[in-house]
Ligand binder design. Structure first.
Ligand code: FES
Length: 380
């Protein structure tokens, strides 16, 4: 069984001759796309999951394998109206299938990139992307009993985790409770239903706010509350919990778990509201007053570019002003997209969870929230 059997392709436009190549496929075998690198991706397929959600399948143009942990995201940077706009999307596929990977995207009102992807991206098209990044992953939190709680498109990182444990034959005890508006809004409904018939230990429960057009729906109706959770997952206090969804949903989940006496040492949620960040308007940075004294010299080791910048500016802003191409998305130190190795020199970094201590220990920094405290040499 594949992950995607019986799902219809919906792109309608056949650019697929671009996807056929010759022996390059195997000559590139073994190359890797690692965290922080930028790649050209080729869209291989577009599939409709629900009326407003599509899964986009990609491979690296030169066949690199994407090295990531389930739950992480990539940042795609399409050119829309002549402007490059970067947005983060969680990978919905499993890292056990590193050569072809997917993002699953919901249309959102005024969502510049999400709606552009839905309306424009077809098999054979290419995109620039960077990543992978993110710390919402089960790696580092080993547990045999898990509870996945998601709402809406928050299902994507948990789907990646479920697919990974399926492919690895990990035989984990997973209860996956997904909340949706109506049965027709349930993302991955058929695949998860199939998976629970063949994966020992996986149980899937969908909770819908209303029946919508599905008069035959006989699953739970309403919202997840302590009564429903206690009935369906009586041992929830013994499970490692991973939660992803809109902020209001995650707040409600925390409230339910707190009322149920859950130990929050075993609780993990997406560290930022990816749904909000994905389509948040670009942040207008306060104008920087240029200093004429105390300038630092920044050298980009790969391109050989050199520029001077004041200490009160972020390295990202100064690098972009100097014409350097630096992948970035949130500009708030949360998404990890601008993670770059500082080869020489020191910065003051005030991040919001977009980098791990072990990465800092290796010399990586988030340029969007780093200000120089000396001359720098960057791995750019
Ligand atoms: Fe998101 Fe720097 S751009 S952490």
């Amino acid at each position: 069984m594949t992950h995607y059997e019986n799902l219809p392709a919906t792109n309608g436009i056949d650019n697929s001759e671009k996807l056929f190549t010759d022996s390059e496929t195997w000559s590139a075998y073994g190359a890797q796309w690692n965290s922080g690198e930028q790649k050209t991706l080729l869209c291989c397929d577009v599939r409709e999951e629900t009326h407003d959600v599509k899964t986009f399948s990609f491979r690296c143009a030169e066949f690199s394998a994407l090295s990531f942990e389930p739950g992480q995201f990539i940042t795609v940077s399409p050119v829309i109206g002549g402007q490059t706009i970067a947005r983060c999307y969680t990978l919905s596929s499993s890292p056990t299938r590193p050569f072809s990977f997917t993002i699953t995207v919901k249309r959102v009102p005024n969502g510049v990139v999400s709606n552009w992807l839905h309306d424009n991206l077809r098999a054979g098209d290419s995109l620039i992307a960077s990543g992978p990044a993110g710390s919402f992953t089960p790696v580092g939190h080993p547990a045999r009993k898990l509870l996945y709680l998601s709402a809406g498109s928050g299902v994507t990182p948990l789907m990646s985790m479920t697919r990974a444990s399926f492919d690895m034959a990990a035989r984990l005890d997973i209860i996956f409770v997904h909340s949706a508006r109506t049965p027709s809004d349930i993302i991955f409904h058929h695949e998860l239903t199939r998976m629970q018939t063949t994966q020992p230990g996986l149980r899937v429960l969908n909770v819908c706010e209303g029946k919508g057009t599905d008069a035959d729906w006989n699953g739970p109706l309403g919202r997840l509350d302590l009564q429903l959770l206690s009935e369906q997952v009586p041992d929830f206090r013994e499970r490692e919990v991973f939660t992803c969804g809109p902020k209001g949903y995650m707040d409600a989940v925390k409230d339910v778990l707190a009322k149920g006496g859950f130990d929050f040492q075993h609780y993990h949620q997406e560290s930022f509201d990816i749904a909000a960040l994905v389509e948040a308007p670009l942040i207008e940075l306060a104008p920087v007053v240029e200093q004429t004294a105390g300038l630092f010299t920044i050298t980009l080791s790969r391109s050989g570019k050199t520029f001077d910048m004041p200490a009160n500016q972020t390295v990202l802003a100064a690098a972009k002003k100097a014409g350097a191409i630096v992948p970035s998305s949130c500009s708030q130190g949360v998404c990890g997209t601008c993670k770059t190795a500082v080869l020489q020199g020191t910065v003051e970094m005030n991040h919001n969870g977009g980098i791990r201590q072990r990465e800092i220990d290796k010399g990586l920094r988030l340029l969007c929230c780093s200000r120089p405290t000396s001359d720098l040499v960057l791995d750019l």
